[in-house]
Design a protein around this ligand. Structure first.
Ligand SMILES: Cc1ncc(COP(=O)(O)O)c(C=O)c1O
Length: 1009
């Protein structure tokens, strides 16, 4: 191009002149990229335009085709937006200038569509992909009543003309050639059918830089698809294939990213079954064109780095696309178009309707014809603790017990059940919204003993007889193929003994009723309690030695169609699936009949049904990394804690009016973590109750009522606690501080009234002032209550010396110092077991709540002998539930687990790592104002440069993190602080997952605005 190009180039100055002379436009001119034309953005005071100047000797007919296209779309009746052609001052849509070399050049002016380029939008979620599909489908619809002879031209980028690419195979590596050859062969094989598909004029190039997205940073939509330069008359489905090929690049799960596009396209321009049958391959062919073009261009311009980048993303996608099972793609596309995912599903269902298959046809040696259902779903109470499921001997024992109770029935169930049995990471994959786990069980499990003989249900051929080795795999696996008049189907038998299938060979014929194997025992059956996994498939999807027995819940509809319910054959009432309550139903009941001031987390609330370590699991089996629930201190449903509670519950639960060792043991363990001055324990049921008792003790001891508390502090939900909780009485629905409560400023070094270093004394002075104020009223201070790190206030660490000076002032006046450890106690702060210990003070009363029961309602008040004696004034302190043997067994176990599993040390190490990584992020993202906290009690405050709270960003972040499978929550008086206080078993890997999610969201457009 070199000198030629320079001589035909249009300068900015010339473009400015053209805009003025031809269109009367004064505006700012910017050069835009263009393959054929020289393009400029003209920005006037009122709006923007694109000025297009052709090359000399441009193809006038082609330009006229472009004008016809633009005018046609601009006049559409369905409201899609497109660039409009602006006539020059003489009313011509196509003008002409003479360039410096005396050659005529064609000039056009188009309106500029405001918005963001797709290539700059982050995140691209399903809703936006769907909107892209809708826009592309609408454009196709509009283009169908236009034709032009220039649309029927030879064009390398037309997927229908892609065969030329086979000549460039030599430019690729051997591996790349294999991929391209595969797709070329497939493409050639369906040419006949392909030629019969609908043709029409289509856009043909919805790439990242041709898609305009609205400016909305939440729920944006595609506004327009621009640049009709590649429009062509071709098979219409090619247009969708191209749209998919560009939009799914870079996505971890490319097939699932394609589906919303297909759905959107179909909603505007209904697709035909035959078109969907080739869609998968057409996506690949567009990529083949793209990588071939890149290879050719690279040869021409070896130093053009940009070409390398675009080539790499196309190759990455092509490789990934090759991994997608073609048939699965087809059924998923069909599902997206509201067709039956598997085309033979209805036929199979009809056929199966007239069958009545006896259980003894499958198990000829088992004389039982009925099923006892077994629920192994994620929420199943029969499973009990997750660890009970994982211990095969225990599980088998429970099964045996059940079988003894139900001697005449086969224990079975599981079709479409969401399960969490699959702990092996083989069931996980990175999805487009965080990690996904396969949870939906596709077959029926028959819990028959090892060695049970299996018979073929129908005449068939062995297609697979293998040892699918590995933990939680199938072990012995046999797949049989059965042929009916209209269709074929397969029956899968998993977890068989290896020996029993040794004699089977692929291709071997089996007669109906013929015995072909026996169930296996663990470990050879994939390490399961003995059972048969029986599944029906209408296709093998190209799997040879394996087939998924569990699916991702997002794909349930497709898998349900590929793998129909085996009970269509057996017709056993016991195998009918119980419908579970819809989330909306649960929500509606709660809204009407449960306390109206109960709140729910997240815009779309979650329904959790199981906890396990650092995870909460919803009813579809989706795992969420929990970074918020410090109540599940030693991990959700810690097996030892659960057991301690269960065991004691089975023996005795009564009140403290009897002697019992549990209460003493618990008290002893608890006291071993505290200074010897704190030596008397009262056991209660909640943090509120603990603080209520502490306040009452203080009043009784001092015979005073005046309390000192910290701004935005929270101490509980009882009247007495709300009276000292500024978070409540100064918040919504509150009526300000009561007469006997005196609030001191929140000692916040970042946004408080004193900021920076050494603020302890300045904040503590307010305590002394309040003491003096109380005394000036002729009264005195009863107590000062303070959290050791202020939680609801926004994870505020107390400044150095603050607590010491505060305690001095209070004690000098005869008051009691209460440390509220409800949030931070029990090793969470890492460096010490209790938060107040970070400040070298010894309170008179310590209140302990949330963590101590690991979710069980248990709390405690520990005080000095003096306080305890003064409180014992003759009025009995009775608490029906507080101190019962079950609660104490649990509390004692929690403390032992913290010590045995070194969880305080873990909090220190993982907390420090997490904090330092967050500090690094703070240097990168200006909206992270402050990172603070200790151990696994951290806060991330979002604020602008002037320290104004960024509440909306914090809300966005938590909701997006939920989408990525990480639970987070905000606090602080402006709700702009992300609180991080996960179960203490939170590992470094968990921290990495959290950090990676945060980084993903922090890079999104909403956060960057
Ligand atoms: C610091 C603090 N104290 C007391 C309480 C009250 O505890 P509970 O909800 O167990 O009554 C809470 C609860 O969030 C708290 O954060």
């Amino acid at each position: 191009m070199g000198t030629d190009f320079l001589s035909i180039m249009i300068s900015k100055a010339r473009a400015t002149q053209i805009a003025l002379d031809l269109y009367g436009l004064h505006g700012e001119i910017a050069i835009l990229p263009g393959e054929l034309d020289f393009n400029f953005r003209v920005k006037t005071d009122s709006r923007s335009y694109i000025l297009k100047v052709s090359r000399p000797e441009a193809d006038i007919e082609y330009i006229e085709f472009q004008l016809a296209l633009l005018n046609h779309v601009a006049n559409n009746s369905i409201g899609i937006e497109s660039p409009a052609v602006i006539p020059d001052l003489h009313g011509n849509q196509l003008s002409e200038i003479i360039d410096e070399t005396g050659q005529p050049r064609k000039v056009r002016l188009l309106t500029w569509i405001e918005g963001r380029l797709w290539s700059s939008v982050n995140p691209i979620n399903n809703q936006l992909l769907n909107s892209l599909g809708e826009q592309a489908g609408s454009l196709t619809k509009v283009l169908q009543d236009l034709d032009h002879h220039k649309a029927r031209r030879k064009f390398d980028w037309d997927v229908a003309q892609a065969s030329w690419t086979c000549e460039s195979l030599h430019m690729f590596s051997e591996e790349q050639q294999l991929i391209v050859t595969y797709f070329l062969e497939q493409y050639n094989s369906f040419q006949e059918a392909y030629q019969q598909l609908r043709k029409g004029l289509v856009h043909n190039d919805a790439n990242d830089n041709n898609i305009i997205v609205t400016h909305d940073l939440i729920d944006p939509n595609v506004k327009a698809i621009i640049d009709y330069g590649d429009a062509i008359y071709t098979q219409i489905i090619n247009d969708l294939a191209i749209t998919i090929a560009y939009a799914v690049m870079g996505k971890p799960d490319v097939l699932s990213a394609a589906l919303p596009i297909v759905e959107g396209y179909h909603s505007q321009f209904p697709l035909q079954e035959k078109e969907l049958e080739v869609l998968y391959h057409l996506v690949a062919m567009r990529l083949v064109i793209s990588v071939t073009k890149s290879a050719i261009n690279k040869q021409a311009e070896p130093h053009n780095d940009y070409l390398l980048i675009s080539e790499k993303s196309a190759w990455d996608l092509l490789e990934k696309w090759k991994q997608v099972k073609e048939e699965q793609a087809l059924y998923s596309f069909r599902n997206a178009c509201k067709m039956t995912p598997h085309p033979k599903e209805t036929e199979f269902t009809q056929w199966a309707k007239n069958k009545s298959v006896k259980l003894s046809s499958l198990f000829s040696t088992v004389e039982k014809e009925q099923i006892h259902p077994l629920d192994l779903s994620v929420a199943s109470p029969w499973i009990g603790h997750q660890s009970d499921l994982e211990d095969l001997d225990d599980f088998q024992y429970k099964l045996n017990r059940l079988q003894v109770r139900e001697p005449h029935q086969i224990i079975a169930g599981g079709y479409l059940e969401p399960r969490t049995v699959y702990t092996s990471s083989a069931y996980d994959k990175p999805g487009n919204s965080g990690t996904e786990s396969r949870t939906i069980h596709l077959g029926i499990d028959f819990w028959v003993p090892a060695g049970t003989a299996l018979n073929a249900l129908f005449n068939g051929v062995v297609v697979t007889a293998v040892n699918d080795e590995g933990d939680k795999e199938y072990g012995g696996l046999v797949i049989l193929k059965h042929q009916e008049d209209q269709f074929e189907f397969f029956t899968l038998h998993g977890h068989l003994s290896i020996k029993s299938i040794d004699s089977l060979e692929a291709g071997q014929q089996l007669k109906k009723g013929e015995r072909f194997g026996t169930t296996g025992n663990y470990p050879e059956n994939g390490n399961w309690a003995p059972h048969l996994h029986f599944q029906i498939m209408l296709s093998t999807l190209g799997f040879v030695d394996d087939f998924p027995g569990v699916a991702y819940s997002r794909e349930l509809k497709v898998w349900k169609s590929i793998c129909p319910d085996p009970n269509l054959l057996f017709k056993q009432p016991g195998l009918q699936r119980q419908s579970t309550k819809e989330e909306t139903e649960t929500f509606a009941y709660r809204k009407k009949h449960l306390g109206k001031s109960l709140s729910l987390s997240y815009k779309e609330p979650l329904k959790m049904v199981r906890g396990s370590g650092v995870y909460l699991i919803d009813e579809t089996g989706k795992k969420y990394l929990d970074t918020v629930n410090n109540v599940a201190h030693v991990g959700h449903e810690h097996p030892k804690v659960v057991k301690a509670g269960q065991q004691q519950m089975a023996i005795l639960n009564t009140n403290t009016r009897y002697l019992h060792d549990n209460i003493n043991d618990f008290a002893k363990t608890l006291l071993s973590t505290l200074h010897s001055a704190l030596s008397v324990v009262h056991i209660v049921n909640s943090g509120s109750e603990a603080n209520e008792l502490a306040l009452r003790m203080a009043s009784t001891c001092t015979e005073q009522r005046d309390m000192l508390a910290v701004e935005v502090g929270y101490h509980g939900n009882s009247s007495g606690c709300v009276d000292v909780s500024s978070y409540k009485f100064d918040g919504q629905g509150g009526a300000g501080a009561p007469e006997h409560t005196h609030i001191v400023p929140l000692p916040d070094n970042y946004r408080g009234i004193y900021q920076g270093e050494n603020t302890g004394a300045r904040y503590a002075r307010h305590i002394q002032e309040q003491v003096e104020h109380i005394q000036s009223l002729g009264r005195n201070v009863a107590a000062f209550i303070c959290e050791s790190i202020i939680s609801c206030g926004g994870q505020i660490e107390l400044p150095e010396e603050y607590l010491k000076m505060a305690y001095d002032s209070v004690r000098k006046a005869g008051g009691i110092c209460i440390a509220d450890e409800v949030q931070v106690g029990c090793g969470r702060v890492g460096a010490k077991f209790w938060g107040f210990q970070l400040h070298n003070v010894i309170p008179d009363i310590v209140t302990i709540g949330k963590p101590i029961g690991n979710g069980h309602p248990l709390a405690a008040v520990v005080c000095t002998q003096q306080v305890a004696e003064a409180f014992d004034n003759g009025m009995e302190y009775f608490n029906t539930f507080g101190g019962n043997p079950v609660s104490c067994a649990i509390g004692n176990e929690v403390l032992h687990v913290i010590m045995d599993e070194k969880l305080q040390e873990n909090a220190f190490l993982v907390g420090n790592y997490l904090k330092s990584e967050l500090e690094k992020m703070q240097r990168e993202f200006s909206f992270i104002g402050d990172v603070r906290g200790q151990g696994l009690f951290l806060g991330l405050e979002l604020a602008d440069q002037s320290r104004n709270p960024l509440t909306d960003k914090a809300a966005y972040l938590t909701n997006r993190m939920k989408d990525l499978g990480v639970l987070m929550s905000t606090d602080g008086k402006d709700n702009n602080v992300l609180k991080i206080k996960p179960p203490m078993v939170f590992s470094r890997d968990n921290a990495k997952e959290l950090l990676s999610g945060l980084r993903t969201v922090m890079l999104e457009d909403y956060m960057k605005q």
